[in-house]
Design a protein around this ligand. Structure first.
Ligand SMILES: [Zn+2]
Length: 85
């Protein structure tokens, strides 16, 4: 079950649930965690930052909690963070 708030492990203030944005030219995504090491794409013209698309079944969406006081971020990769309709 997703909690809407957590207690900050650094300063003990309230942390709010949120997510990160991953934006391209035509789409906006939420962050996804992938096990292993990224593989560089053969199409990479950007100095090693363009990677092969990992298999969909190996991707796990992640959510982030942000402390209202100190800004500390804590991430959790779980299926329950997958965007809903
Ligand atoms: Zn804090």
């Amino acid at each position: 079950m997703i909690q809407s708030t957590l207690e900050c492990p650094k300063c003990h203030s309230t942390m709010d649930r949120g997510y990160t944005l991953d934006q391209s030219h035509a789409a906006i995504f939420t962050g996804q965690w992938v096990q292993g090491t990224p593989k560089r794409s053969l199409m990479d013209l950007f100095g090693g930052f363009l990677i092969k698309s990992p298999n969909q079944k190996n991707r796990i969406p992640f959510g982030a909690y942000r402390c209202q006081s100190c800004g500390f971020l804590e991430f959790y990769a779980r299926e329950e963070f997958r965007p809903k309709w």
